[in-house]
Write a protein that binds this ligand. Structure first.
Ligand code: FAD
Length: 277
């Protein structure tokens, strides 16, 4: 289908983008376009103005920020997957980015777009939740930092308000003590996850600070606190992996199938994280 008519403006800076986005109630930012354009074509969204943020300088980077790794909102999935600095300091993020869609999607899609879109089937939101990431959002009153656990509010609903822009994402650097895994079950290589599981923890004799996050098991990416406690206690986290979840039923699988998958994948993810790489 052809999108409903809209105006188009190119933003030259973050401030310019905020100004343009704030100028109309129905304005939307356009980054890689790989989630927004399909919605426009289906006329699920009908913005009166598209603000192209893709050409703003200085929002595509990955840099050392002390104990954290900072990633610019316009950094494309491919660049995250192949960035030496991300691979060195947080290989979980680069690995998960490399599993998104197909090469075309990874060369256009951005981390900021993926988080702001708030699709519970996307990979990076769950990774950010497991890592307790910080997300900078620029608005009329300046930049505020939102923790990942407060960022995802519902299906396709995030803490980003009209007129605001995600500018930077920060994740902790993983040390030699960290163990991690990301497992994504999908029918075809380029598909979204039917269920995905992120597992990360510290291991220094015993497992501490366990984090398990689930993709496609509810309206938002979800932490699995009961499974995390079981992992730390040396019990089977798979048996309780779907506690507190509300998985959807769709063409990829029923909710019941997803619950089963979550149990199997959490068990495997924890095993894989604990194994030698
Ligand atoms: P856009 O499509 O440009 O924007 C998406 C939404 O976010 C819009 O509402 C836009 O206004 C808003 N937005 C964008 N950037 C910002 C910003 N900086 N600040 C505030 N709001 C912003 N994703 C996965 O995780 N896993 C997959 O397996 C996967 N497979 C895919 C397969 C296909 C065929 C396609 C088309 C997409 C797939 N995706 C997948 C989604 C892909 O990762 C998208 O690129 C991503 O979700 C959105 O990023 P974008 O830069 O394209 O955002």
């Amino acid at each position: 289908m052809i999108p409903a008519p809209f105006d188009y403006e190119v933003a030259e800076s973050v401030d310019h983008a905020r100004e343009l986005l704030g100028s109309r109630e129905e304005a939307k930012a356009l980054a890689g376009g790989h989630s927004l354009l399909p919605l426009l074509r289906l006329r699920v969204v009908r913005p009166s103005l598209l603000v192209d943020i893709g050409r703003i300088d200085g929002l595509s980077y990955a840099r050392d920020a002390g104990s954290q790794l900072a990633i610019g909102a316009l950094t494309r999935h491919h660049d995250i997957a192949t960035s030496p600095i991300v691979q060195e300091h947080n290989p979980l993020v680069s690995y998960a980015a490399g599993l998104i869609g197909d090469p075309q999607v990874r060369h256009r899609g951005t981390i900021g777009g993926s988080l702001a879109h708030g699709d519970p089937a996307s990979d990076l939101p769950a990774v950010m939740l497991a890592l307790d990431a910080e997300i900078d959002v620029a608005g009329a009153d300046g930049v505020r930092t939102v923790k990942a656990d407060a960022f995802f509010r519902g299906a396709f609903e995030t803490a980003v308000l009209p007129g605001e822009l995600v500018t930077e994402i920060r994740v902790p650097k993983l040390s030699g003590e960290h163990i991690w895994s990301y497992l994504k079950f999908r029918r075809r290589a380029q598909d979204w996850a039917t269920v995905g599981v992120v597992a990360v923890a510290r291991r220094n004799g015993c497992v501490s600070e366990p984090a398990i996050a689930l993709v496609s098991m509810g309206a938002t990416p979800l932490r699995a606190p009961v499974a995390e406690a079981a992992w730390a206690a040396g019990d089977d986290p798979g048996a309780v992996a779907d506690d507190g979840t509300d998985p959807p039923s769709d063409t990829n699988g029923t909710g019941e199938f997803r619950r089963h998958l979550a149990q199997v994948l959490v068990r495997r993810a924890v095993e894989q994280a604990g194994g030698d790489r």
